[in-house]
Design a protein around this ligand. Structure first.
Ligand code: ADP
Length: 878
């Protein structure tokens, strides 16, 4: 171990130089590095004292320039901690005592033996000084601590009586240091914990130190919390005491308490939060589930909607929808049943099941068999769903429900499919557990049911529409066929022609293979074939040669008398026709269409297939119409034939009569003229008047008779044409002369306007004269006052004669009629103007014959204009 150095430098104050060497040797033996300064004069001493370079002073008690005490004092004044050792002779004991009191560290007797002890002494002093230094240091520390510590530092005895307290501690309690000394610490302990103070005192007596918290009440009554660490001190000359050190941790504690409360609160909030989060999470999961369910549901409704709009077939819509409904409502089985209230039947239109089912799509049965008796159909019809919460509680399960129960279904929800107030069927959902349908399931199910009901409604409407369309088409087909038949048949009034056409038309419009027209011939007392179609010439000939007495086909005749159309097939048991009839023509399936006149059966038209093909309704309807049309046409033809016959009789009669009348009338006219001319004597005024009337009427009668004869000839085309080259002007002059004796009102002026240089006409002048005479006489007849103008002018390749009057005019609607024979606009005018309505008819016939044309324009009350155009050259007639 290394020996520590001695304090250095050491001042050695002495007069004895010999001794100083001994001392130096002895000390350097202890520490060779030691610096030793020998002070032998006051000036040296003062110099060294000034420099301060001194660690220890060894001084003699007496020197010739000073004494030890003075040195001691001088040193201690300047350097109180610098140790001083005083050497004295044995007789200087007083000085030594004095020196000790004055602060010398040690004393040493002057003797060689003691010189030897000096190093040890110096070391002891050195040790002591060091110790003292340490103590001083510690004391300073503890003093500083005591004085300046922010905490409470105190001492108290074992009973708690305060012995000392630091200023900060006193401040903490709100007192001065003096006020506290001598008081028991217990007084300052907070009353609530004061009982624990005794326990503390007992404990500190046993334990060397304890820690804890002390609640104290300050002078201002405030409670503060101190954290203490107290130590029991014993030994030495003092009775045992307690050294206490405490820190004010009130704020800390409060903060801690607050922190604790806060932490607790936080924890509580965190717990609450956690709880809420958990709840929200559940809610969120539920709502997410609902949202996704709602999305699925919307998507499904949209799909159904689109399918409806796209007019997809009902079954396709159902087949697509049901699997999605099943997953949406999570059930084992979904089915859609259609109700038919007319037949009281129900049919399973579509089904979606988790297992193979004994109730598959397409199964049908009575409505009653598919639903339990407990089901209230009326309520269902009004839109109330039917629910079976547990199939096991029902005793009257019908077959359908027994089956689904066997497939594992316990609860059942049946939702009505209602659209437009009409119940179409039900949407049935089945689940495995009893009471399994939630309100949400029901809502979703009903929503889908409503949408599906619209699909049902649309399907029904579509079917109805298609049926109506088909009906309409059939109607149109029938109408078109009959219109065609009507048009064709009406085009002729000749019975044999009609019969031929009828036969061909029948197989055309019925689109069959063969037909024949059979007519009753009274003279033969049998039916004969009057026309055939679709047969070979040979068969045709053969058929036409046959006669069918009524007895041969009595059943057919009986039925035809009752029905318009009779269908007969060769292989039918009720076939009542002789087989030979079928084998002859090869027919297998036939329609017999009655031909009647009034109620009498005139015959029948047949329509046949050589195959077993049957006639469908449209064909039968056409046949029915055909029967009526043919009967009508035949009746018409017959009527016309009768009429023509009657007409011929009438014409013959009128002709004979006219011929017979003409001669006497001419005689009457001749004699009347002789009488008027006075060849038998001048007649009186009255006589002349009467004669003139007779003459006029006779002429009119002759005109009429001539007209009738002309007409007859025209009809019989017996009127021959004798065309001549004709100068129109001279011909007009002739015409004017012949009109002189025409009756006219005195107020009517007849004027002629003839264009110059008219071309020469090649035509029949007599016929043309009749035409013009008729028109002019009509114009004069129907004009009370005003003018009748005859205008002649070239027009195109001919000449136009225009007869214009300012008379009564003709209503627009009558213009088309006046050229018809025996047509007069109204009888009242005829009564006034005489005539029978043949004039214009003859005009037209004649103009026609001359290759010209006639036209009329007229305004009622204003007058009429008749234009006759005659070609320059008479066309060659065939
Ligand atoms: P009718 O012998 O009766 O004159 P018509 O054939 O000559 O027979 O004429 C037919 C009908 O046309 C007449 O009855 C008359 O009503 C009408 N009619 C003909 N010409 C004229 C005319 N110029 N003005 C008015 N009505 C006329």
């Amino acid at each position: 171990m290394e020996i520590p150095h001695l304090p250095s430098p050491i001042l050695l104050v002495t007069d004895d130089s010999t001794e100083s060497l001994t001392i130096g040797a002895s000390l350097r033996a202890e520490d060779p590095a030691l610096e030793l300064r020998l002070i032998s004069s006051e000036s040296d001493f003062l110099l060294y004292l000034e420099t301060g370079a001194l660690a220890l002073v060894i001084t003699d008690a007496r020197t010739n320039w000073t004494d030890g005490l003075s040195v001691l004092r001088a040193v201690k004044i300047r350097y109180p901690h610098c140790p001083v050792i005083v050497r004295a002779d044995i007789d200087d004991e007083e000085i030594l005592e004095e020196a000790i009191r004055a602060g010398a560290e040690d004393c040493l007797l002057k003797s060689p033996r003691h010189v030897l002890r000096l190093p040890a002494l110096v070391r002891a002093v050195q040790e002591r000084i060091k110790q003292q230094q340490t103590w001083r240091e510690a004391e300073r520390h503890s003093h500083d601590l005591f004085q300046y510590s922010e905490g409470l530092i105190c001492t108290h005895d074992l009973d708690g009586v305060l012995l000392s307290v630091n200023p900060a501690g006193a401040r903490l309690l709100g007192y001065s240091v003096d006020e506290l000394i001598g008081r028991n610490l217990a007084e300052f302990v907070a009353p609530v914990v004061r009982h624990r103070f005794g326990h503390y005192l007992a404990l500190i007596r046993q334990e060397p130190h304890i820690r804890g918290f002390l609640h104290v009440i300050t002078n201002t009554g405030e409670e503060r919390i101190l954290a203490y660490h107290n130590v029991r001190r014993e030994g030495g000359d003092r009775p045992p005491y307690i050294l206490g050190h405490a820190q004010d941790v009130t704020e800390l504690k409060r903060a801690e308490a607050q922190l604790h409360t806060y932490a607790q609160q936080q924890q509580r909030q965190a717990d609450e939060l956690e709880q809420r989060v958990a709840e929200r999470t559940t809610e969120l999961q539920e709502s997410r589930r609902l949202t996704s369910q709602a999305a699925d549901r919307l998507a499904l409704l949209h799909t159904i909607d689109q399918a409806i709009l796209a007019e997809q077939p009902l079954v396709t819509i159902l087949q697509e929808a049901l699997p999605r409904v099943r997953s949406l409502v999570s059930c084992l089985r979904v089915g859609v049943v259609q109700f038919d209230f007319d037949t009281q039947e129900a049919m399973l239109l579509a089904v979606e099941s988790s297992t193979t089912t004994l109730l598959p799509t397409g199964i049908r049965g009575p409505l009653m068999a598919l639903r339990p008796h407990s089901m209230n159909l009326a309520a269902f019809q009004q839109g109330h769903p039917y629910e079976v919460v547990d199939l096991d509680t029902l005793t009257d399960l019908p077959f359908a429900l027994l089956t689904v129960r066997a497939e594992g279904i316990r609860s059942l929800l049946s939702l009505p499919l209602i659209a437009g107030g009409e119940l179409f069927g039900s949407l049935n959902l089945g689940k495995a557990e009893p009471q399994a349908f939630t309100a949400m399931d029901k809502a979703i199910g009903q929503e889908i049911a409503n949408q599906l009901a619209i699909a049902f409604q649309q399907d029904r409407n579509r079917t109805a529409h298609q049926q109506a369309e088909a009906q309409l088409q059939e109607e149109a087909e029938v109408k078109a066929a009959l219109a065609h038949v009507g048009e064709e048949l009406m085009a002729s009034l000749d019975t044999p022609t009609i019969l031929e056409r009828l036969c061909q038309l029948t197989i055309d419009v019925l689109r069959c293979e063969q037909g024949s027209t059979v007519i009753w011939r009274p003279e033969k007392q049998a039916y004969v074939v009057a026309a055939t179609a679709g047969h070979t010439q040979e068969v045709d000939r053969m058929l036409r040669s046959l006669t069918f007495p009524e007895e041969m086909v009595p059943h057919l005749i009986t039925r035809l008398k009752e029905e318009d159309v009779v269908e007969v097939a060769i292989d039918e048991p009720q076939n009542f026709l002789p087989h030979s009839l079928f084998s002859l023509t090869g027919a297998r399936s036939s329609l017999y269409i009655a031909l009647r006149r009034g109620t009498d059966l005139l015959g029948c038209q047949t329509a046949t297939y050589r195959t077993h093909q049957r006639f469908h309704t449209t064909q039968k309807r056409i046949a029915q119409g055909l029967a009526h049309l043919a009967s009508l046409t035949l009746a018409n033809a017959r009527l016309v034939e009768d009429l023509e016959y009657a007409n011929r009789l009438k014409d013959d009669f009128v002709n004979t009569m006219s011929h017979e009348l003409r001669t006497p009338l001419h005689i009457i006219m001749g004699y009347t003229d002789i009488l008027i001319d006075g060849l038998y004597g001048e007649p009186s005024g009255d006589q002349l008047n009467a004669l003139q009337r007779i003459s006029l009427s006779t002429r009119e009668l002759i005109d009429l008779v001539n007209n009738v004869l002309d007409l007859d000839r025209l009809r019989k085309r017996q009127l021959s044409l004798t065309p001549q080259t004709l100068g129109v002007e001279s011909w007009l002059a002739d015409l004017q002369t012949s009109l002189l004796d025409l009756h006219r009102h005195p107020t009517v002026h007849l004027q002629w306007e003839t264009a110059p240089a008219l071309p020469v006409l090649v035509t029949d002048p007599e016929k043309l004269k009749i035409v013009l005479k008729n028109l002019i006489s009509n114009a004069l007849k129907f004009t009370e006052a005003g003018t009748v103008t005859v205008i002649t002018q070239p027009e195109g390749t001919g000449i136009e004669f225009c007869v214009k009057d300012t008379g009564i005019g003709i209503a627009q609607e009558h213009l088309a009629l006046i050229f018809e024979p025996f047509r007069q606009v109204d009888s009242s005018t005829t009564q006034i103007h005489a005539g029978v309505g043949l004039g214009l008819h003859i005009v037209r016939q004649l103009v026609d014959l001359l290759g010209g044309r006639v036209a009329v324009e007229s305004t009622l009350g204003m007058g009429s204009t008749f234009r006759v155009w005659i070609p320059q050259h008479h066309p060659a007639r065939p």
